[in-house]
Design a protein around this ligand. Structure first.
Ligand code: 7TS
Length: 413
């Protein structure tokens, strides 16, 4: 295969389904390489959202009229699609939230506050997104538990020996990212889950970046909780998932109180509804949840094997061509890596790189990527980050490399 080889996917046909891609930015055809922040949305998902508001809009689980029945059925259908997408035992183990951040906060609050006490430990890693750090810090402040952090190796791998050493009989929760949004590292979650369970801890997996790239099987991983967001897997913003094992979800207190999460309310005593409703107080994000179901169909229609193959091809091509750029330094060079490339170029600040690329129609993210402790670990202020999705092409990467070479020749001090 030549370095231009890619999968049998018809990328042009896929690109046609994403209206936002077909525009000029600063006089150039847009190249969208900020997919780890949010991916773009295909027609089918946009149409699902538009159809919901045009035809079915009604509150769920309460009306008996036709629209309420249709919206309830479509919302619950999405729950079934998510359950099957991650191979959960049953749809009731799927809770809809605002996204990964809210899912992790839900566990830290509804599980953590009930079951952790002073002296207990929460074990995370040095490559976590702030949303998998701060909720645990809040929990530790509230309960007197301690936060422990698994160190990251120079190439962006987790130090698994250190991880095993940090597990103790006081570890109650291990919360680890599946794929790092900054380094691209794919962590050995199954191994981590086994070690956590052997130590008597529960494991939460932050699958925000994994859901669009890797087949997730919660039974095979044997994780207790798993969180991800729709908007990073071709779905809408504002919705995501907390998966939890039934036995754990049933033991947890509610996260928020309000309508829909109760069995019976009186001023003397309130009893709570069954899972998943116990954790979905108030009117949820109905339209987006329904469109999320369509995004899952879109991903499954392509298939994770094809997605992975295409993204691996893009990553390999980018790795081999970016190397030629004078002063190029990648951050995160694990052998187990998804299509995320964080980098710096000597003599050019990452913010300047981002702006100079934007001026050429190329969208990347710059900064700390909500992983400030990881930036401290690598003794850098930030990086520029290119992250690829199914609609990206080899020729876009070539244009990106040409743009970077041009920037280096003009602006490098
Ligand atoms: N965990 C990881 C690994 C993430 O990459 C993100 C978002 C989150 C959690 C939070 O997800 P949310 O949907 O609740 O916001 N990551 C990024 C990023 O890399 N650039 O912008 C958002």
């Amino acid at each position: 295969m030549s370095s231009f080889a890619t999968t049998q996917l018809d990328i042009e046909k896929i690109r046609k389904q994403f209206p936002v891609l077909h525009q000029d930015v600063n006089g150039k055809q847009l190249i969208y390489f900020d997919n780890a922040a949010t991916s773009q949305t295909p027609d089918v998902v946009i149409n699902a959202l538009s159809d919901y508001y045009s035809l079915d809009n009604a509150n769920i689980h309460r009306g008996i009229h036709a629209l309420a029945e249709r919206s309830t059925a479509a919302y619950e259908e999405s729950r079934k699609k998510v359950a099957s997408f991650i191979n959960a035992d049953e749809p009731e183990e799927v809770i809809f939230t605002k996204g990964t951040t809210e899912s992790i906060n839900l566990v830290a609050t509804a599980y953590g506050r009930k079951f952790l006490e002073a002296g207990d430990e929460v074990l995370i890693s040095g490559m976590e997104h702030h949303s998998n750090i701060v909720p645990w810090q809040i929990l530790c402040e509230q309960t007197g538990a301690k936060l422990k952090v698994t160190p990251v190796e120079d190439n962006g791998d987790l130090n698994m020996e250190a991880f095993r050493g940090l597990l103790s009989e006081r570890t109650r929760i291990v919360s680890i990212v599946f794929i790092s949004n900054t380094l691209g590292t794919i962590n050995p979650i199954k191994e981590i889950a086994t070690a956590a369970h052997n130590a008597g801890a529960k494991i939460l997996v932050d699958a925000a970046q994994a859901a669009p790239h890797t087949k997730i099987d919660v039974r095979d991983l044997n994780c207790d909780f798993l969180a991800f967001s729709a908007h990073k897997m071709y779905g809408p913003t504002g919705t995501g998932v907390l998966y939890g094992k039934r036995a754990l979800l049933e033991k947890m207190d509610p996260y928020q109180g309000g309508g829909e999460m109760i069995k019976e309310v009186s001023f003397e005593k309130t009893t709570y509804g069954e899972i998943p409703h116990k954790f979905e107080a108030g009117t949820p994000n109905i339209g987006d949840v329904i469109a999320f179901g369509t995004a899952i169909e879109f991903v499954e229609g392509i298939g994770h094997d094809m997605l992975k193959q295409h993204e691996d091809d893009l990553l390999a091509h980018a790795n081999s061509t970016l190397r030629d750029i004078d002063g190029f330094t990648p951050i995160g060079t694990s052998n187990q890596k998804a299509s995320v490339i964080s980098f710096n170029i000597d003599g050019i600040h990452p913010f300047d790189l981002g702006m100079l690329l934007d001026a050429r129609g190329i969208a990347v993210r710059t900064g700390h990527h909500c992983t400030q402790p990881l930036m401290d670990r690598f003794k850098i202020e930030g990086t520029a980050r290119a992250s690829f999705a199914v609609y990206n092409t080899i020729s876009e990467i070539d244009d990106f490399v040409t743009a970077l070479k041009d920037i280096v020749s003009k602006y490098r001090k």
